[in-house]
Design a binder for this molecule. Structure first.
Ligand SMILES: [Fe+2]
Ligand SMILES: [Fe+2]
Length: 167
């Protein structure tokens, strides 16, 4: 696709709007993860959420720095998708009275969030690349890799937890 300078300006605006949404998303995940840790029965799952909370705090700081760098302040835009995923997760966890089923539910909800983040950062990285923002690309790519690792770890834990729940 050939980009003209007017397109580039529009893309820059779109990029900044979505960076601000990513910041709101990460802040909301930082609020949600402690509740997920608290509800986890499987120790490996609780540790995975705890480790990812620490990473997520890093994501907040990194994305905030990108927004600040692009706009001069750290304003956010509401990410409606993450609000929906968090509400959905809260409802599902409430419905799961059995601890094994609750762990499976927590993993499923956690992976839905990671998949959303992977989509968000994959897109932002591509746009940053088109805009020639080399440092942004590097930071977004490192966040993207942490989201992919978190998703993979949840898949691995899910294999064990699913077996236990089925037993
Ligand atoms: Fe994140
Ligand atoms: Fe994440």
């Amino acid at each position: 696709m050939k980009m003209f300078s007017a397109n580039i300006e529009d893309l820059r605006t779109l990029y900044i709007t979505n960076l601000k949404k990513a910041l709101d998303m990460e802040q909301k995940i930082t609020d949600a993860l402690p509740k997920m840790i608290e509800k986890s029965t499987d120790p490996q799952l609780a540790t995975a959420f705890r480790d990812h909370l620490r990473q997520t705090e890093g994501h907040v700081a990194n994305v905030e720095a990108l927004v600040r760098n692009a706009t001069g302040d750290a304003d956010t835009e509401t990410c409606k998708a993450i609000s929906g995923l968090v509400t959905e997760a809260e409802d599902s966890i409430k419905d799961a009275s059995d601890t094994g089923i609750r762990d499976i539910t927590l993993i499923a909800c956690g992976q839905q969030v990671e998949h959303h983040e992977i989509a968000v950062y994959g897109t932002l990285r591509t746009w940053a690349n088109i805009l020639g923002l080399t440092e942004d690309v590097r930071i977004l790519e490192s966040i993207l890799n942490e989201e992919k690792e978190a998703d993979k770890l949840l898949s691995t834990i899910s294999d064990g937890v699913n077996l236990q729940a089925a037993a």
